[in-house]
Design a protein around this ligand. Sequence first.
Ligand SMILES: Cc1cc2nc3c(=O)[nH]c(=O)nc-3n(C[C@H](O)[C@H](O)[C@H](O)COP(=O)(O)OP(=O)(O)OC[C@H]3O[C@@H](n4cnc5c(N)ncnc54)[C@H](O)[C@@H]3O)c2cc1C
Length: 369
Amino acid sequence: MDKFDVIVVGAGVVGLAIAARLCKDYKKVLIIDKNARFGEETSSRNSEVIHAGIYYPKNSLKAQLCVEGKELLYRYCQERHIPHQRIGKLLVAHDDDEEAFLEKTLFTARTNGVHDLVWQSSAQLIKNEPELSASAALLSPSTGILDVHSYMQSLVFDIEKYGGMFVANTEMLSAIPTSDGFNIKLKSVNDYLSLSSRYLINSAGLHSTKLAGNIDTLSPNLIPKLYWCRGHYFSYSGKSPFKQLIYPIPEKEGLGIHASLDMGGGLKFGPDTQYIKELKYDVSEKLKNKFYVAIQKYFPNVEYKKLQPDYSGIRPKLQGEGEGFRDFFIQSKQQHDINGLVNLFGIDSPGLTSSLAIANYVAKVMLDD
Ligand SMILES: Cc1cc2nc3c(=O)[nH]c(=O)nc-3n(C[C@H](O)[C@H](O)[C@H](O)COP(=O)(O)OP(=O)(O)OC[C@H]3O[C@@H](n4cnc5c(N)ncnc54)[C@H](O)[C@@H]3O)c2cc1C
């Protein structure tokens, strides 16, 4: 039986970042994905925004890893020539209550170590973003965008450069803890095979709790409930009326239908939030009216006919519909008492921004194992 130091299950942006980081500490690192290519699920169905880390509660992993991850990601993109842009974001208010939220956000951001937010008056906004309707806004200059596919490709390159291996079309079925790691059962195309590994990292995103359920001796009581929450996007044809990303005041379950630009200058609106039971990526034309009304609030001249259903992504959430904030949950021996096992649960937004910091965090918890 082939023996590895580390097997990472799931080659999304987080699993890839973890594998690339662990290749520096361990000789034999294997990362697998059940799909034909890396990053085909949530990692290629998101807003591609490098978040600043301004909303998350103080001392949460989301706050800490987003702020650390943002800097690591900008540096990585610069060093590897990955298309990215520190484009900036405006968080916009329309009345006194929303302006009070902006003031509160200024405070939360500072406690998270984000000190670069700038208050914008309506006069400044009219000058800088004439198509925008808002009474005031917070400018976040360190928010940016990147080409996620190029980022993931670069992580695969790193893994292979450092002697690790990425294998597609390979699904982990189950694992049994042994005295020095795990015996792991895989299905690769139509073949079944077994491998052993000292460490097992479950970075399976939307399937992380199902996978955890197939790890022998991991108590079902320690596996959290995971909810799937779909977010839809509508593209907007023609030239973008905005130079920066435009965000409304966040909602309970997401950041609200915002305007974001991609590296090609294309404008899209979304995502909204819809809790679902089945993994389906449909974007119904019927949602158009809801999008139109939400966008009109900050972009009154939005043209209905220019909005087109585009794509959707599904968040792996630990909070059910209407429930409050839940943090990333990175579960290691301290919580489940199994040597060498790290489970990543609820890695929704800002998982992309945090990916390199999550990788460092996982490397650290493995040392404590
Ligand atoms: C609508 C939306 C917008 C978002 N916008 C942003 C944003 O702008 N900025 C930001 O920072 N974050 C954003 N996020 C969050 C970010 O996209 C995710 O946190 C990140 O992509 C998670 O990466 P991952 O590697 O954990 O998961 P995934 O990309 O889902 O990867 C998990 C992988 O595991 C594989 N897998 C599962 N089970 C098995 C198995 N048994 N065997 C083998 N392989 C398996 C799957 O095939 C998959 O490829 C957004 C998310 C959504 C849904």
